[in-house]
Design a protein around this ligand. Sequence first.
Ligand code: IMP
Length: 500
Amino acid sequence: MAVYLNEVSRTFGEYLLIPGYSSVECIPANVSLQTPLVKFKKGNKSPMSLKIPMTSAIMQSVSDDTMAISLAKEGGLSFIYGSQSIESQAQMVARVKSYRAGFVVSDSNISPEGTLDELLMLKKKTNHSTVAVTIDGSSRGKLVGIITSRDYRVSRMTLDTKVKDFMTPFEEIICGNKDTTLKEANNIIWEHKLNCLPIIDDEQRLISMVFRKDYNTNKKNENELIDESKRYMVGAGINTRDYAERIPALLQAGVDVLCIDSSEGFTEWQKIVLEYVRKNYGDTVKIGAGNIVDKEGFRFLAESGADFVKVGIGGGAICITREQKGIGRGQATALIEVAKARDEYFNETGIYVPICSDGGTVHDYHITLALAMGADFLMLGRYFARFDESPTKKVNINGNYMKEYWGEGSTRAKNWQRYDLGGDEKLSFEEGVDSFVPYAGSLEDNVGLSLSIVRSTMCNCGYLTISELQKNAKITLVSSTSIVEGSAHDVLLKDSRQIL
Ligand code: IMP
């Protein structure tokens, strides 16, 4: 006979947090949102943490290199989508790893044989006041000088004067090298009152420039998620088919962490991939697995060697899995059970395997609730798809700006590896839709606002860290009547804002 669970499958919108005592120290500025990304042993720290508990979904319409750079700037992590060729996914990873915030490839360059006339035309075109003089006039050529407006006077010189005759020559320029950090570069700029600092390699070739005017923007990103070499961190999705070719290419490109991307992860296929990674790379390669929605699924993946486990089936905004197949579980119920299984596993083995709540985060307060229910971090698709940085088109529909957002299981993405169960059959039905989401502006502004709500809620409850919140939060179920009471009610709104 079938097993009937004695539960109602519930989601975030059915719960509220109960505020608790807050001390005077309990203010948003003192909240740390640092959280473990991969497993660790009792008494140790996670070898890889996030500064904020947010990752962007392994989806074509969400996570490319632009998204990854913007999210890493804020302290989170993107998993670059795997439903593309190995080569292009590896290139995206490589672009994130080679990106250096504040280090700009010089796009205003001239050769020493160029003339004042050519220089003036270049400046008009690029609008830059500093021009690098490289031997071949390219952005990566050998640096031989710099020109700023202090180096020439149009009224006193003829237009055919050669650049080499009025530039500031290399011998008089202060430069940084490939190991110079952004902080060091900014210090040199301040100390020597420079407008910019060229960065060169051992052969004197120009690598990039750091500009004084970018200082404030650069200083803002203090929370950025960087590796030991100060490069932005990035993850990538893989599947259970071509992993033996994809993983080496992603590692070669510098990926920091992998995740097996599957709609249903309680399978031998995932175990095979995890064993492959352990056999070939030991613990040096970090890899998450999922998705599962119960304690059995968690234990299976944890015992198979997953570094973190992703929770959630059927809750995604573009997901029609529950409708098509009738499988899944309310995200809150799934998370609560898996968090308990994670804690039991920790008590038994001394190994903490972080869990990620994936899909179905609709309101900012759902982030705090998911953390309170035990999630170590979240994965979000719809949330990030709304921003400038997502890889999809912004369109105007009836006067409203929208961004496209489509599921990996839609015919548009054709990511059948995420859904099939092995064998040669190709999936013949969709599990996701192609849709629009309201455009919301920049990632930086939105993440900033969402997290200020999370921090403020944590303070209302009296907690300064995610782990305190997980251990002590008081959560209550709400009736449908009190959900109505929770938003504006019995008033006529003055603006045309809809209350959903
Ligand atoms: P969202 O944050 O609610 O938009 O959910 C994003 C999550 O939905 C992703 O991280 C995936 O786990 C899941 N997902 C992505 N594409 C599909 C699909 O086509 N069908 C079902 N689930 C999907």
